[in-house]
Design a protein around this ligand. Structure first.
Ligand SMILES: Cc1cc2nc3c(=O)[nH]c(=O)nc-3n(C[C@H](O)[C@H](O)[C@H](O)COP(=O)(O)OP(=O)(O)OC[C@H]3O[C@@H](n4cnc5c(N)ncnc54)[C@H](O)[C@@H]3O)c2cc1C
Length: 403
């Protein structure tokens, strides 16, 4: 499965940060994590530092899947409004999901500080109404967030124009958001894991998984075998092919990044990420050295060749949208790309065991626009599952919610 097209900026900027050996022997461990993207890295890190003997197996180079294509806006505000989640699952569960996402931002901040040099920065996040008709929904969302103690500020059209220069009916502004270089973070996490005694193998494909009551046997096409007490399937969008049940739809998102811009031109954009209520939404944020990273124009394409052909046109379209929002911003795409992501019906991820494999195989499907915040939550959730504890979000983020 080819997960990205064009020139994903993290791959261009970082090159190949690390290489690990291929698996060339039979081995055993406590937990094998299949997939060395940001999800697998965060989970492996959580398990490794809590005493598990962890093995990570990645079929490509580390973090070279969709993690290299991610625009990596870290937000507690997920694609589904808290109001809509409350309608689906009740207010208690909707608030719990949002609170966990908020905690994930500060957990990612702490982890980024430990690792150092992953272009992490706390940001504000501005969510504006794309059209007048969205104003009521945004106000309802703001009121519910306020009721439950979330940091949020209401901006009417006047203050939005005055502070940000954006012409839109209204917006919600929050201080709790962040940005990171996801490729660098995943690579540094796995390098640290290896330094601490964990084992990481890249260019190694897992072909079969055979769970039994006592353990799980995984095999590579070359015939090597890993025996583990537990497996975490953090294979990104490829995880779906291991399940007979269909739980998500693959889509493509597109992005471009500019050359570094002057701080005076960026203004508040340097410290504020921006997105909107339209679906698919336009989203943008900056990097530490002042590049503007813009994404959106998602479509249903799941065919790499078709996505490849669309990258340039999509970047042009996205750049026109930014020009409409900020007519005076001198910018043009320097690198553009597209990548696969997956969407669940309710915007929530899937973490946990599936009846098809039983309790020794834990899935980590951090699907949705906030995949990285979900991955951070998933690390704690799957550790709890493996340790036999009940995590407060296990049911809401588990497969049982879709029957
Ligand atoms: C353009 C774009 C923009 C995005 N923007 C954001 C954003 O702003 N904020 C956000 O939070 N999220 C965003 N996302 C989503 C986020 O990038 C994903 O949630 C995240 O990258 C998923 O990481 P992962 O580790 O689960 O998947 P991946 O990075 O794809 O890693 C899975 C790995 O598993 C490996 N693998 C698969 N099968 C096997 C096998 N059988 N054996 C061995 N290895 C295997 C793959 O090679 C792959 O490297 C965006 C995604 C895209 C594409």
């Amino acid at each position: 499965m080819d997960l990205k097209s064009g020139y994903p900026f993290w791959a261009v900027k970082n090159g190949l940060m690390c290489a690990f050996p291929q698996l060339k022997a039979d081995i055993g461990c406590d937990v094998v994590v299949v997939g060395g993207g940001i999800t697998g890295s965060l989970i492996a890190d959580e398990l490794g530092k809590n005493g598990f003997d962890v093995v990570v197996v990645e079929q490509r180079d580390i973090a070279w899947g969709s993690s290299a294509a991610s625009t990596a806006l870290l937000q507690y505000e997920i694609d589904t409004h808290m109001v809509d989640l409350a309608r689906l699952y009740g207010e208690f569960h909707a608030v719990a999901a949002y609170k966990a996402c908020a905690e994930a931002i500060t957990d990612l901040r702490d982890l980024a500080h430990e690792l150092g040099d992953v272009d992490f920065d706390m940001q504000e996040s501005l969510y504006y109404a794309s059209k007048r008709g969205d104003k009521t929904a945004l106000r309802e969302e703001y009121d519910l967030r306020l009721k439950h103690g979330f940091d949020a500020q209401w901006l009417d059209a006047g203050s939005l124009k005055g502070r940000f220069g954006i012409k839109a009916p209204c917006a919600i502004l929050t201080k709790l958001a962040a940005r990171v270089d996801p490729y660098r973070m995943a690579s540094r996490l796995l390098l640290r894991l290896a330094e601490r005694g964990g084992r990481v193998f890249d260019r190694t494909v897992i072909d079969t998984i055979e769970p039994s009551d006592d353990n799980v046997i995984l095999r590579t096409p070359e015939g090597f075998r890993i025996q583990a007490r537990h497996v975490v399937m953090a294979a990104g969008y490829a995880s779906q092919k291991w399940l007979k049940q269909s739980v998500a739809k693959n889509r493509s998102s597109y992005a471009f990044i500019t050359d570094p811009l002057e701080a005076s031109d960026l203004g508040l954009l340097a410290s504020t990420m921006i997105w909107e209520s339209a679906r698919p939404y336009l989203y943008m944020r900056t990097t530490g050295n002042g590049r503007l990273l813009v994404g959106g124009d998602d479509d249903d394409t799941d065919i790499p060749a078709r996505r490849d052909r669309r990258v340039e046109g999509k970047a042009k379209g996205l750049s026109q949208k930014v020009k409409k929002l900020f007519p005076d911003l001198p910018m043009r795409p320097a690198f553009s790309w597209g990548g696969t992501f997956a969407e669940t019906e309710d915007g929530l991820p899937f973490f946990g065991e599936h009846p098809q494999y039983g309790p020794r195989v834990q899935f980590a499907m951090a699907y949705g626009g906030n995949g990285i915040s979900y991955s951070m939550i998933g690390a704690g959730l799957l550790r709890a599952n493996i340790e036999g504890r009940t995590h407060p979000l296990a049911a809401l983020f588990g497969f049982s919610r879709v029957g």
